[in-house]
Write a protein of this length. Structure first.
Lengths: 480, 260
């Protein structure tokens, strides 16, 4: 084998590890009230927004990192060594997508995200977030016809201040947890979605997050509100360059569903996972929570987590409205030295509320994968039902799978079911496939995809295909 | 050096084969020659090495050849990975086919067929082409559409699993098929369906090695040669009538004869 092809082979694990050479507008590392005021000024924020951030900062200073309970291990993070703002330089207000910096356009094309509305086959509107700012949002005009607001968060503060004021922090309060408080103080951009009453969003909405600058944290904030009887399906994808340092990503996502509304939120998370020795990679410490405020409302989380050195996230549902429904479908893959502590919380408050949890953990290499899930049935939740299924698949003998289910039932009429399995990819299964002419690598992919099928089929078509490929790429060289 | 021409060359030549399973010596000097078009049966008591022979031919991990050679169409088989052997045309119908949750039976069969076709320089079949091929072969073993859309062998009855094996064989069109106790766990009706499927696949270019504990299967799949395996060696070979003799007398007399 030639040197060149060997090199290709060695580098192929993370295809998204390139850096975009673009002039950056960055703030010096460190966190203080001044830095927060700087970020706020960059975004032309009104006074109430600055005050909200500063309040969060004060709360954050009183909180400590959740080291004691999560099953993840990493050296202490120096929060004064992180840059809290980085943006492509000299970006005037864009009137049309044609004015987008060609370097940025190329970056997203390289990532397989076309920002060209004409070129998109399926109806998917994209908000592209590059480090701390949103650089492009497609199909805005088309969506406006339906009264839908889909824009960068920084724009929503001006465009829909009443909605932002009413709902920001209503699901994840400023002082909710250490990382959420940090995010509330320094968040830079993210997406804002509002679907008016009775409107079924005519296309998938998606945000594509890209970390590019070094030493920089990404702190995006997403807020999605589905008004009475509205429906929206929202997708989120993420990648980052390959670097030896660890980078912090601490996002907050809040979802609000009013009466009869439905929000479907899908994530394919592919941040740089670090190398085989555990050098580099993203710390993905994210708070995602939805509130089913209205009767018969529904929030559904689907996540495929293949990237990041460490993943710490628990997309949750607060089932407040009677007969509201919460769902959590998850595939978490840890290979190399990746660690994941992920799961969900289903808080049943309303009557006859229902929730479903399907979690598939895959561990390979020296990966450590923990499922952590809370099902709480509160006193008034008559007739609440939950079904949980947590399956773990082990590939090799140096990885680990752990399950931490928590169950709190305060209503005797509730029904709660929990099933859990752990299995190893059997040599017999591999051999069976190979004896039929299928290569070992294809066989592993096939078995893993079969294991995840229940979750993958919840993803929109385009995403499901991407997710399947990602699982395959992440497992390259995991067997044999 | 062989003086035989390609057409006369045996399909499979096993010479003085010694092999271990999990480090334990099981095969202790097997000699066997199978030519294209022939059907050979291997019989023998439990623990005689029948399944080990099948697994060694297919290249299952955990089985090691310690001496002797296995030539498939003149080439050293033991140097090939299991999937390479399969693509070259060696098929093993498993005694205990595994279940693979979430992977559809039809999808699996298509992946396998296309992997084998690619190796043989044939074009890949698209979904529609494959479906019509699969349907034609499904008739051979009376396989239902419902079983094709389910996960591989998941919740299949013993008979359904064995029919599925023969269906895979029919689609992959191997040169040499090894049937490892395909009759075990089958009632007479299921046995007849499976045997009919196998017989339909007999042909001048294909060889079969039928491993069985009982003569019953050989009433349906009539062999050209019968070999008795005992203590890791072939201790007696004969025509199809040998199977009947074994059925009548048991294995004891051969073992005694071999020891004498």
């Amino acid at each position: 084998m030639s040197n060149e092809s060997l090199e290709q082979l060695a580098n192929r694990d993370y295809r998204w590890g390139f850096t975009t050479p673009i002039e950056q507008d960055v703030v010096e590392p460190g966190l203080s009230e001044d830095v927060i005021r700087f970020i706020s000024a960059k975004k032309n924020e009104p006074a109430w927004m600055v005050d909200w951030r500063l309040e969060a900062y004060r709360r954050w200073q009183k909180l400590s990192e959740p080291h004691h309970w999560a099953n993840v291990h990493y050296p202490p993070i120096d929060y004064q060594a992180i840059r809290y703002y980085a943006a492509p330089k000299a970006k005037p207000k864009l009137d049309s997508l044609d004015e987008l910096d060609p370097e940025l356009r190329r970056t997203y094309e390289k990532l397989g995200i076309s920002l060209d509305e004409q070129k998109r086959l399926a109806g998917v509107a994209v908000d592209a977030v590059f480090d701390s700012v949103s650089v492009a949002t497609t199909f805005k005009k088309e969506l406006e016809k339906h009264g839908i607001i889909f824009c960068p968060f920084s724009e929503a503060v001006h465009k829909a201040p009443e909605l932002v004021k009413q709902y920001l922090g209503s699901v994840v309060p400023q002082g909710d947890n250490f990382f959420a408080a940090l995010n509330s103080a320094v968040f830079t951009d993210g997406s804002f979605v509002y679907i008016p009453p009775g409107v079924r969003c005519p296309m998938e909405l998606s945000t594509y997050f890209r970390i590019n600058a070094s030493e920089t944290g990404q702190f995006e904030r997403t807020l999605i509100i589905a008004d009475r009887g509205a429906y929206v399906s929202y997708l989120e994808g993420c990648t980052a360059p390959q670097r030896d340092e660890n980078q912090l990503h601490a996002a907050v996502v809040e979802l609000i569903a009013l009466d009869d509304a439905e929000i479907k939120y899908s994530t394919v998370q592919n941040w740089y996972p670090g190398d085989a020795e555990g050098r580099g990679g993203i710390y993905n410490f994210v708070t995602k929570r939805g509130k089913c405020v209205g009767r018969r409302s529904k929030i559904s989380w689907t996540q495929v987590e293949t990237g990041s050195a460490i993943t710490w996230k628990y997309p949750s549902c607060i089932l407040l409205g009677d007969e509201s429904v919460g769902e959590f479908y998850s595939v978490a893959l840890t290979a190399k030295r990746q660690q994941a502590d992920t799961g969900t919380k289903m808080i049943h408050i309303g009557k006859r509320t229902r929730s479903t949890i399907i979690s598939k953990g895959i561990s390979a290499g020296r990966g450590q994968n923990s499922y952590r899930g809370l099902v709480r049935i509160q006193k008034g939740a008559d007739g609440a039902r939950n079904y949980s299924q947590c399956d773990s698949l082990l590939i090799g003998s140096e990885c680990g799978a752990h399950t931490f289910p928590y169950l709190e039932v305060a209503n005797p009429t509730a029904q709660v079911e929990h099933e859990a399995t752990t299995s190893k990819i059997g040599e017999d299964q591999l051999f069976y496939c190979q004896q039929r002419g299928i290569s070992e690598e294809d066989a592993v992919n096939m078995i893993v995809n079969g294991f995840c099928k229940r979750v993958l089929r919840e993803l929109p078509m385009e995403f499901a295909v991407e997710a399947q490929k990602l699982l395959g790429v992440s497992l390259e060289g995991a067997v044999g | 050096m062989t003086r035989e021409s390609a057409s006369e060359r045996p399909m499979l030549e096993i010479r003085n084969l010694h092999a271990t399973a999990g480090g334990v010596p099981i095969l202790k000097g097997i000699d066997l020659v199978i030519r294209a078009g022939e059907v050979h049966a291997i019989m023998g008591p439990n623990g005689s090495g029948k399944s080990t022979l099948a697994n060694v031919l297919a290249g299952k991990p955990g089985y090691a050849v310690t001496a002797g050679e296995v030539l498939f169409e003149g080439r050293d088989l033991t140097a090939l990975a299991p999937e390479a052997r399969a693509r070259e045309g060696i098929f093993l119908a498993f005694q205990y086919p595994v279940e693979i949750p979430g992977v559809s039976n039809m999808y699996f069969l298509k992946q396998a067929a296309n992997a084998v076709r690619a190796h043989r320089g044939m074009e890949e079949l698209d979904a529609m082409e494959f479906l019509s091929l699969a349907r034609e072969k499904m008739k051979l073993v009376e396989m239902s559409e419902a079983l094709m859309s389910r996960a591989i062998n998941e919740g299949f009855s013993g008979g359904e699993k064995k029919r599925n094996e023969i269906l895979q064989m029919a689609v992959l069109e191997p040169r040499l098929a090894v049937l490892d106790e395909t009759d075990s766990g089958l009632d007479i009706d299921a046995l007849r369906i499976v045997a009919n499927g196998v017989n339909a696949l007999r042909g001048p270019a294909r060889a079969l090695l039928v491993i069985t504990h009982y003569q019953r299967l050989l009433d349906f799949i009539v062999p050209d040669r019968v070999h008795v395996l005992s203590g890791g060696r072939i201790v007696k070979s004969g025509g199809k009538e040998l199977a009947h003799e074994l059925e009548a007398k048991g294995y004891g007399w051969i073992e005694k004869e071999a020891a004498a």
